[in-house]
Design a protein around this ligand. Structure first.
Ligand SMILES: O=C(O)C(=O)C[C@H](O)[C@@H](O)CO
Length: 254
């Protein structure tokens, strides 16, 4: 049996803009529904969502039927969390709060088998089709996509060092945390934050690293794409449900 190809990783490396949806609802049924919407990627969050491993597995299984590559955000840059997510078959990770090159190297190492990294060995995980992919241990690294999240002013100052670490496939700017770290909590639209977001994509593009971001405001998403952001989450399942449910109720109750 062949190793699964990572379509998202290949498309990003080829310079194709990848449109995504953020998923916080921790539901395999939701994953199946949004997986058929036509997005290129879906971010399954475990940092700020009550998403545990068995549920996450079901979401990855459900999304595998659709168009979107499942990307998982572990709760922290932690090799144990990362190993467990890789073992259930995720081939793309968004690792939060990377502050410097050393932390970037640790994140990449957690996603690589020895000698390149420190990922623990199992020959029977879902990624290997339960042991059916020949030479999985030698092939797996090549299809794992490592995305790092830069979300403070301090990390932004070192963005080239972080992005330049061998094995980093892309850098995601976290607008909410970045705005908080810059003294504008709750206001990623503040001109200083927007200038930093634009500066980040300019610097990443200059060194050939794809930049990613998240917003649910359409004008902002289109501006980010115009600035050069290459993987952009343009909304969230939770936001879609909440806003549309609110609007429906309002249309009858007001
Ligand atoms: O800083 C950010 O922005 C993120 O890390 C994304 C948030 O965690 C996401 O939940 C949207 O608020």
């Amino acid at each position: 049996m062949e190793l699964d190809r990572n379509r998202f990783k290949a498309a990003l490396a080829a310079g194709h803009t990848q449109i995504g949806l953020w998923s916080s609802l921790c539901s395999n049924i939701v994953a199946e529904i949004i997986g058929d919407s036509g997005f290129d990627w879906i971010l399954f969050d475990t940092e700020h969502s009550p998403n545990e491993l068995p549920d996450l597995l079901a979401q990855l299984q459900a999304a595998a039927r659709g168009t979107a590559t499942g990307i998982v955000r572990p709760a922290w840059n932690d090799p144990v969390l990362i190993k467990r997510i890789l073992d259930i078959g995720a081939q793309a990770l968004l690792i939060p709060f990377v502050q410097n090159a050393e932390e970037a190297r640790r994140a990449v190492a957690a996603c690589r088998y020895p000698p390149a990294g420190i990922r623990g060995i199992t020959t029977s995980g879902r990624g290997s089709h339960y042991g059916r992919v020949a030479d999985y241990l030698k092939k797996a690294d090549a299809e794992i996509c490592v995305l790092l999240q830069v979300e403070t002013g301090e990390a932004l100052a070192r963005i080239e060092d972080i992005a330049g670490v061998d094995g980093v496939d892309g850098v995601f700017i976290g607008p909410s945390d970045l705005s908080a770290s810059m003294g504008h909590i709750g206001n990623p639209a503040h001109p200083e934050v927007q200038a930093a977001i634009q500066d980040a994509v300019r610097r990443l593009t200059a060194i050939g690293k794809p930049a990613g971001i998240l917003t649910s405001i359409e004008a902002e998403a289109r501006r980010y794409i115009e600035w050069g952001y290459r993987f952009v989450a343009v909304g969230s399942d939770l936001g879609l449900l909440a806003r549309n449910a609110d609007a429906l109720a309002r249309s009858y109750k007001s």
